[in-house]
Design a protein around this ligand. Structure first.
Ligand code: FES
Length: 342
């Protein structure tokens, strides 16, 4: 992570003042803390100053220090420590904070940083030409299980591929960042396993209380307990509870398999395909870019459902990638996408 220093003097405004609404809010916020502890309001006040002006200026730091009767250096320490505070002007439409800590790094953060360098600016904390976008690398943002991820303002975007980040940046650049739903960008519920739960997939009273033998039965309280209907036996609800049935291998929409060719295409060149997915595709008799490039909508849906890719094929545009690779290899891919394949 880079050293965090205040912006140069030539971009620092001479003064800072909260607007009328924020002044009233700040006065109320300071009052929430006990006498002598007003300086505890430093973080909310800094955040409000940032939301008002887009970044935290030196004048804002000094003004807040005066309001809370703190030495300037104490407020400066807070503002420079937490990366949630932008101490230099950042993009007006998006400031992309890419987590570069180990779990995210192992899962592709460097590729995300390469996207930021390409689409925004080579260097962190520099805006693009129009001043709408900027980026920086930050430390762990607490969403490691869904690595790699970025933070844009107060939202996180997780389970990212470079293609998805490019899409997200484009939406923000177009002033349509609200179109992108924050959180996991694959079909994962919060931080549950990708592809759906694999444990605790039933939720019957028997399961809930099985490990609490010493706990009195919940129905022990009032009336004719004996007459109460016994809980339904642990019906095999788990598979039914899962989203959709897996399509069968005999389904007519399954893409045609081919004999394993002497030379296999490296399907991992398609962004979004890793070694595990490549092996699964090979198991289905899919070995070449040309095969994938020809998939119909129904075939895409079959592969998506059978391998629980959850929309990944369309999101990462496998068909267009495979088509470029099949037609002209890496050179054609670079021509179409403006970057090398993975
Ligand atoms: S390592 Fe990236 S969110 Fe924790």
């Amino acid at each position: 992570m880079s050293v965090r220093r205040l912006a140069d003097d030539n971009v620092q405004p001479q003064s800072f003042a909260f607007n009328e609404a924020n002044s009233a809010w700040a006065a109320e916020t300071i009052k929430k803390y006990p006498a002598g502890r007003q300086q505890s309001a430093v973080i909310p006040l800094l955040m409000r100053a940032q939301e008002q002006d887009g970044w935290v200026t030196r004048a804002a730091i000094e003004k807040i220090a005066d309001m809370l009767e703190m030495p300037y250096i104490r407020v400066l320490e807070v503002a420079t420590f937490y990366t949630q505070f932008q101490i230099k002007p950042v993009g007006t439409r998006a400031h992309v904070q890419v987590c570069g800590t180990t779990p995210c790094m192992l899962r592709g953060a460097e590729d995300l940083i390469a996207v930021c360098k390409k689409k925004i600016h080579h260097d962190p904390l520099h805006t693009n030409e129009s001043g709408t976008l900027s980026w920086e690398e930050v430390e762990c943002q607490g969403a490691c299980v869904n690595a790699p991820m970025v933070v844009i303002f107060k939202d996180t975007y997780e389970d990212l591929t470079p293609t998805q980040l490019e899409y997200i940046i484009d939406r923000f650049e177009a002033g349509k960042g609200g179109d992108v739903t924050p959180g996991p960008q694959i079909d994962r519920v919060h931080s549950a396993p990708a592809g759906g739960p694999v444990t605790l997939t039933t939720d019957t009273p028997a399961h809930r209380f099985a490990d609490r033998a010493e706990t009195p039965a919940p129905a022990a309280a009032p009336a004719p307990v004996a007459a109460a209907p016994a809980p339904a036996p642990a019906a095999p609800v788990a598979p039914a509870a899962k989203a959709e049935a897996k399509p069968s291998l005999d389904d007519p929409n399954r893409p045609a398999a081919v004999e394993k060719p002497a030379t296999l295409d490296d399907l991992k060149m398609i962004s979004g395909v890793g070694p595990v997915m490549e092996a699964k595709l090979n198991d289905l008799g899919i070995y070449t870019f040309a095969q994938i490039a020809k998939w119909t909508e129904r075939e895409i849906a079959w592969v998506d459902g059978y391998l629980a890719f959850r929309g990944r094929i369309l999101r990462d545009d496998w068909i267009k990638q495979a088509d470029a690779l099949a037609r002209g290899g890496e050179e054609e891919y670079v021509r179409v996408f403006g970057k090398k394949p993975r």
